[in-house]
Design a protein around this ligand. Structure first.
Ligand code: FES
Length: 283
């Protein structure tokens, strides 16, 4: 399917989001935009990006082939990614992949004949706590088993949209690619619910800011400690609204302040606060 002219118009909208002289930064969302139309980065899409950004096709191709989120062949309606990195592998990720591969009769980076499912091995999906992890179009299905994964793809192939463990509802590959290009998903159901995994640590927003609540506050800081703070290492800004808590954390965290970081509610927040470079040697 050739790229419609409106894709070029939308590509220019993406370029306009960036400061003058930085237009090449628009390449990543533009490649997602191409995938939202064709399901992969076609030669035509590479040409369009190169023309709009004043790059060579080789430069665009180098980017498109570096990142695994850009596909060289049309992806299926649902991209099923099975994490087979260490945490997931230890807990059965390879078995999940093998069962799916057998069930679907496809291997890594292959798509079922009906175009419904593309299967891939994935590197760490940043959800090791919930290993083994499967994502469908980048939405999480935690604590997968071979049986649950087969049930998941069966439901997808029969037209269902199984609810992810957390986050936004599932959509098609082309729909999620449009969102990754920075365009609003018009589906009413696409509004993020803020629902999170029951065992998940405190939510972190796009600034790297964690909202601290009574539930996730460590005991040592529980007294009036409700507020916001930036995760160390997730700069640019520290937005702690409670100075007393800031001092405690700067000194080396709740453990040094006599807290009980081993309590289930305190532990995730305590780990998130651990300074990346500290004068104190933990070992
Ligand atoms: S190793 Fe699988 S999510 Fe990290």
């Amino acid at each position: 399917v050739p790229l419609p002219e409106e894709i070029r118009t939308q590509a220019r909208e993406i370029v306009a989001r960036y400061p003058a002289g930085r237009s090449r930064s628009a390449l990543l969302p533009m490649l997602h935009l191409v995938q939202s139309e064709q399901g992969y980065v076609s030669a035509e899409g590479v040409t369009l990006c190169a023309e709009e950004l004043g790059l060579t096709k080789a430069e665009v191709g180098a980017v498109a082939t570096f990142y695994t989120m850009y596909k060289r062949k049309p992806a299926g309606e649902y991209l099923v990614s099975v994490c087979t990195n260490l945490s997931c592998q230890i807990l059965g990720g390879d078995e999940v992949f093998a069962r799916l591969s057998d069930h679907l009769d496809i291997g890594h980076n292959e798509t079922t004949a009906d175009g419904s499912i593309t299967l891939e091995h994935a590197e760490c999906l940043a959800a090791c706590d919930f290993a083994p992890v499967v994502t469908v179009n980048y939405e999480f299905y935690d604590n997968a088993t071979p049986d649950s994964a087969v049930g998941l793809v069966r439901e997808l192939q029969s037209g269902g949209r199984p609810e992810p463990t957390r986050g936004a509802p599932l959509c098609t590959f082309k729909e999620i690619e449009r969102q990754l290009a920075g365009f609003v998903d018009p589906r009413p159901s696409a509004v993020r619910t803020g629902r999170s995994h029951p065992d998940a640590p405190a939510p972190v927003d796009s600034r790297g800011t964690v909202t601290l609540t009574e539930q996730n506050a460590p005991k040592a800081n529980a007294e009036g400690a409700t507020g916001e703070y930036a995760v160390p290492g997730a700069e640019p800004e520290r937005t702690l609204s409670n100075e007393k808590a800031a001092d405690t954390w700067a000194e080396g965290g709740a453990a040094d302040a006599g807290a009980s970081p081993s309590t289930p509610a305190a532990e995730p927040a305590a780990q998130a606060r651990k300074p990346r470079s500290s004068k104190r040697k933990d070992a």
